[in-house]
Unconditional design. Structure first.
Lengths: 144, 100
C-alpha cells in the first residue's frame, strides 16, 4: 500500500535538487540553503545542488570575510562530500556572464565508495540546456 | 553627489538606473553585492568602459575580499577604498544617494 510505503522511510528515496541563484553575504539565502542541505543530508535521499545566475558566486575561492563581520561559510561546501552530497552542478553560461571560469571556484571533492574511495571533483560544469534536463528529472526542487 | 549601489547588476537594475541618473563629476561607490559590477570581463563591464571617465568609480575593499574578488580582477579606473575611505567620500560630497 502506498501509505505503508510512505511510512517505511528508508526505502523511499526521492531526487532532491537545491537551486542556488543568489550571491553570498548580500542576503541570507545562500547560507540558509547550505544549512538546509546539511540538515536534509540526514534523511538519506538522492541530493544534488545547482548553482546558476548569481548563485555561482557562492563557490568563488579565496573568500575572506574578516573585514565585514560575517561568517565565511564557503569552506563548508568542501565538507558536503562527507554528507554524501557529491554533485554540484554549475552553469557555464552563468560563469561566462560574470567573467568567471572553473579556475576561480573552490576545489570540492568527494571519495567515491564505488571506485575504491577515489577522490573525485564534486563540481560539474554544465551547459544551460543540460541543467534544464537535470531539473526536469527531479522529484523535489527547493529554490533559494 | 555620491551614489552608493549595493545590489548585483545581474539580479537588479539598480546599478544601471544609478548610471542613467548620475551626472558627470558624480562619484559612485559600489558596496556589498554591488561590487560585482566592478569586475572586468563580465556581461556588464562594457557599461563601465562606456563612461569615459565621466564618473569617479569606487569599490569597497572589505566587500571585495569577502566575495573572493581580487583587486586585479577589476575594470580599469575603479579605485578601491576601505571603510575610512567610505567615510571620506561621504564627507566630501554634500549629498549621498543610496540606491537600494
Amino acid at each position: 500500500m502506498a501509505m505503508e510505503e510512505e511510512f517505511s522511510g528508508s526505502d523511499v528515496q526521492k531526487k532532491f535538487l537545491y537551486v542556488n541563484r543568489r550571491a553570498p553575504y548580500g542576503t541570507i539565502y545562500a547560507l540558509e540553503s547550505l544549512e538546509v542541505v546539511l540538515i536534509g543530508a540526514a534523511f538519506d535521499q538522492d541530493v544534488s545542488l545547482a548553482f546558476f545566475d548569481d548563485g555561482v558566486y557562492q563557490l568563488v575561492r579565496d573568500q575572506d570575510t574578516s573585514a565585514i563581520g560575517m561568517k565565511n561559510f564557503s569552506p563548508t561546501y568542501r565538507a558536503l562530500g562527507d554528507y554524501e552530497v557529491t554533485r554540484l552542478y554549475v552553469e557555464k553560461e552563468s560563469l561566462d556572464e560574470r567573467g568567471l571560469s572553473s579556475d576561480d571556484l573552490l576545489e570540492i571533492t568527494y571519495e567515491d565508495e564505488d571506485d575504491d574511495w577515489a577522490e573525485k571533483p564534486s563540481i560539474r560544469i554544465v551547459e544551460r540546456s543540460e541543467l534544464t534536463e537535470i531539473m526536469a528529472k527531479q522529484d523535489v526542487i527547493l529554490s533559494f | 553627489m555620491l551614489h552608493t549601489v549595493n545590489k548585483s547588476p545581474f539580479e537588479k537594475t539598480t546599478f544601471e538606473s544609478c548610471l542613467n541618473h548620475a551626472r558627470p563629476g558624480d562619484a559612485v561607490l559600489l558596496i556589498e553585492d554591488g561590487i560585482y559590477a566592478a569586475v572586468k570581463g563580465t556581461a556588464v563591464a562594457d557599461r563601465i568602459a562606456g563612461l569615459n571617465g565621466d564618473l569617479s568609480l569606487y569599490a569597497l575593499g572589505p566587500d571585495l575580499a569577502a566575495r573572493g574578488i581580487q583587486e586585479t580582477a577589476l575594470c580599469d579606473g575603479i579605485s578601491v577604498v576601505d571603510y575610512g575611505g567610505f567615510v571620506d567620500l561621504v564627507a566630501e560630497h554634500d549629498v549621498t544617494q543610496t540606491w537600494l
